[in-house]
Structures are given as structure tokens and as C-alpha cells.
Design a protein around this ligand. Structure first.
Ligand SMILES: [Zn+2]
Ligand SMILES: [Zn+2]
Length: 246
């Protein structure tokens, strides 16, 4: 199920498509006035880009510049090698991602992928990932939502970084509770054995996981762990946003 460049490129009819399906701004959710723009000019300056020193493991902003890792990454064993995101998970991004996930604004995936590529493209090249693996949803949740947001994102990113996407490797076997209501320890227990590698599949050596948000890192770690237990050597990740760190 490896999908080179995230599928065949469709022919573009920008004017017609633009008239029928005007692009919505991922910040204010209004129609974008700027031709070919993905975000309004005014909203663009509100985007919470991460700047300054970041944790070398998880990409969260560091409050103490002299450190290399955030407190979480110093305390916990990380199964993922390293990763990052262009944005901080603040109120603006929370609303934006809610629009993407729950209000069916699938076109935001292209915007997020462009931003990930612009901000993390160099690192992605440097990692030498052979495949992009979106964090899977449990089949019942995917059925309810109609799509997997991480998969849409990985598909868009795949076109830009020229790394194939593989949706057939990982499976979410455990129906987990929504993470946001749980504390750190509960999140770990919740996600323990949440993923499995599909029967007969052998993971590539270098894998890049793709997800929407990275907060405690338990989802990424849980997926990275099962991949490494099945032979992957390096597991990296990219997300749209990371939590604020410590
Ligand atoms: Zn806007
Ligand atoms: Zn960290």
C-alpha cells in the first residue's frame, strides 16, 4: 500500500475549483481572499511559529537556553529519535485543528504540510527517512470521522518531500480514550499496546511518523516502540504543532 508521492497528481483547474470550493483560512475559517493563498494576510502574522532554541528530541521550545533537552525528554525514555513541528499548540492552532478534524476542513492539510516542509524540510532530508507513516486511527473512529487527519497530512507532505507514504504498516489495535482528559501516567497506560505492525510487514530502517499534535509524546513513543521492536532502527516524527515544553 505504499503510495509514491501520495497518489497520482490530479489535473489542476484552479479557477473552477476556486469558485466551487473556495479555500478557507485555517485561522479564521473565512474564505481566503488572496489568490492562491492558503491563509489570510492578517491571519498569517498571528500564526504561532516556534522560534528560538528547541529540545533536540521533541522540538518543543526550551525555556532554559543552555539545555539541550526539555525536562520531559530528560526524564522519560523516548522511543522516537527526534522530531519537530512548525507551530506551537496554542489557542489559534487548537481552533484550526478542530476545524480540520471535526468540521471537515480537509484542505487545511495542504497548508499544514507546506508549513512543515518550509520549517522542517531540511531536517526531514537529513534524517533520510524511507517512508512516512501516519499515526493510524482505530477503525471505528476513522469510520465515525470519515477520514484520518494524520493520513491526509502525510499524503500532502509526501508530495513535497518526495518520500512515499505507507498506510499499511501500522494498525491501531486498541480503542483508546481521548488523551486530553488523562494525566501523563494514564496516557501511557492508555496507549500501551495501542499499535501493532500488520502481519507479514517488516518496517523500513528509517521511518518518519506523521501526526497532528505532539504534547506528552506518548502516542508517538508508543508507535515508535512497536516499530523498533519489529526492526526499525530510527523513528523520527513530524507534527503540525508541539506543546509548549518545560
Ligand atoms: Zn484568516
Ligand atoms: Zn523534549
Amino acid at each position: 500500500m505504499i503510495n509514491r508521492k501520495g497518489g497520482q497528481k490530479k489535473k489542476d483547474f484552479p479557477d473552477l475549483a476556486g469558485l466551487l470550493f473556495p479555500r478557507r483560512c485555517p485561522v479564521c475559517q473565512e474564505v481566503v481572499e488572496e489568490r492562491n493563498g492558503r491563509v489570510c494576510r492578517i491571519c498569517r502574522i498571528k500564526l504561532p511559529y516556534i522560534s528560538g532554541p528547541v529540545c533536540l528530541k521533541c522540538g518543543k521550545p526550551l525555556h532554559l537556553e543552555e539545555r539541550e533537552y526539555c525536562q520531559d525528554c530528560m526524564k522519560k525514555r523516548r522511543w522516537s529519535d527526534c522530531g519537530g513541528a512548525p507551530f506551537l499548540y496554542d489557542k489559534i492552532m487548537r481552533n484550526s485543528i478542530a476545524g480540520f478534524k471535526y468540521a471537515g476542513r480537509r484542505e487545511y492539510a495542504a497548508f499544514y504540510a507546506e508549513e512543515i516542509y518550509a520549517r522542517c524540510g531540511r531536517e526531514i532530508k537529513h534524517w533520510g527517512g524511507e517512508v512516512l507513516v501516519p499515526i493510524p486511527l482505530h477503525s471505528s473512529r476513522k469510520k465515525k470521522r470519515g477520514f484520518n487527519q494524520a493520513e491526509l497530512l502525510a499524503k500532502e507532505l509526501s508530495k513535497r518531500v518526495d518520500i512515499p507514504m505507507d498506510t499499511g504498516l501500522l494498525r491501531r489495535v486498541k480503542k483508546t480514550h481521548t488523551q486530553k482528559e488523562l494525566n501523563d501516567q494514564e496516557r501511557l497506560t492508555n496507549l500501551k499496546d495501542a499499535f501493532s505492525v500488520r502481519k507479514g510487514k517488516i518496517p523500513r530502517k528509517n521511518i518518519i511518523l506523521v501526526d497532528d499534535i505532539y504534547t506528552t509524546g506518548s502516542t508517538i513513543d508508543s508507535a515508535a516502540r512497536v516499530l523498533k521492536e519489529h526492526g526499525a532502527q530510527n523513528v523520527y516524527f513530524v507534527c503540525i504543532c508541539v506543546g509548549s515544553g518545560n
